[in-house]
Design a protein around this ligand. Structure first.
Ligand code: SAH
Length: 231
C-alpha cells in the first residue's frame, strides 16, 4: 500500500511538473520519423501516438529514452514495446469510436492508453500483480476513465465483457488461445505474436466474418512469452 502511494505521488508529481509537456516536440518527431515516416497512415493512430505521454509509462530513469526507436524494460523482466510496433498493431486492428477492445498483457498500460484515445472502452489484463497495480494507478492518474484493468491470466480472455471488436495480445505463444478466438465479435480483428516465445515470432492477424476466421501472417516480431497461471 505504501509503495502504491509513493508511486502515485511520483506519477502525479511528474504530470504536474510537465503540464505543457516538455517532451511534446520529441514525441512529434518520434511520430514523424518512426511512425508516419515508416508507413503508418491511419489518422486516429497517429493522433493517439502524438498525444499519449510515453515518458510517463517507463521507469523514471528511462524517461529520456522513452521516444527512442526501441522497446524498454519496465521491471519484472517485461518490456514496453517499441513505438512503431505499438502503432503498427493499433493500425492493424482498425480502431474507431464505438468499438470495444481487449488487450492481453497490460504491462505499463501504454498500448491500452493509445487504444483508449480512439475506441470506446479498453479491457486489459496483466498477469504480474505488481505491474497490474502500477498500470491501473498510472492510467487512473492520467485520467483514462474508459480503461478497465485487472490482474489475471488473459489466456481465457474476459468473457463477461465480450465479444470484442478488437483483441490485441502483447505477449507471445505458439498458438492463439481458443477463448480469444471465441470472444472475437463478428467483423472483429485480433493481432498476436505467434511462434517460439524464446526467439522470434510472426505477427498474426485474425479477422472474423460470418463466423469464419481468416488468418494473415505479417511481420517478424519479438515479444516476451505469454505465461499461464496454474489452475
Ligand atoms: N502492452 C504492454 C507491453 C506488454 S509486455 C505495454 O504497452 O507496456 C507483455 C506483458 O504481458 C507483460 O507485462 C507480461 O507480464 C504480460 N503477460 C504475459 N502473460 C500474460 C497472461 N497470460 N495474461 C496477461 N498478461 C500476461
Amino acid at each position: 500500500m505504501r509503495g502504491l502511494i509513493i508511486l502515485l505521488l511520483i506519477i502525479s508529481g511528474t504530470v504536474f511538473c510537465q503540464t505543457g509537456d516538455q517532451y511534446e516536440s520529441v514525441r512529434n518527431r518520434m511520430v514523424n520519423d518512426q511512425i508516419s515516416g515508416r508507413g503508418i497512415s491511419d489518422q486516429a493512430t497517429l493522433r493517439a501516438m502524438r498525444k499519449v505521454p510515453r515518458h510517463l509509462f517507463v521507469p523514471a530513469s528511462y524517461a529520456k529514452d522513452a521516444y527512442s526507436d526501441r522497446p524498454l524494460p519496465i521491471g519484472y523482466r517485461q518490456t514496453i514495446s517499441q513505438p512503431f510496433v505499438v502503432a503498427y498493431m493499433t493500425e492493424l486492428v482498425k480502431p474507431a469510436k464505438g468499438k470495444k477492445a481487449l488487450e492481453i498483457g497490460t504491462g505499463s498500460g501504454y498500448q491500452a492508453a493509445v487504444l483508449a484515445e480512439i475506441v470506446d472502452t479498453v479491457y486489459t489484463i496483466e498477469i504480474v500483480p505488481e505491474l497490474a497495480k502500477e498500470a491501473a494507478a498510472r492510467l487512473n492518474i492520467l485520467g483514462y476513465k474508459n480503461i478497465v484493468a485487472k490482474y489475471g491470466d488473459g489466456y481465457k480472455g474476459w468473457s463477461e465483457h465480450g465479444p470484442f471488436d478488437i483483441i490485441i495480445v502483447t505477449a507471445a505463444s505458439d498458438h492463439i488461445p481458443q477463448p480469444l478466438k471465441d470472444q472475437l465479435a463478428e467483423g472483429g480483428r485480433l493481432v498476436m505474436p505467434v511462434g517460439n516465445p524464446a526467439t522470434v515470432q510472426e505477427l498474426i492477424l485474425l479477422t472474423k466474418k460470418k463466423g469464419k476466421i481468416t488468418k494473415q501472417r505479417l511481420e517478424t516480431v519479438w515479444f516476451v512469452p505469454l505465461k499461464r497461471l496454474k489452475e
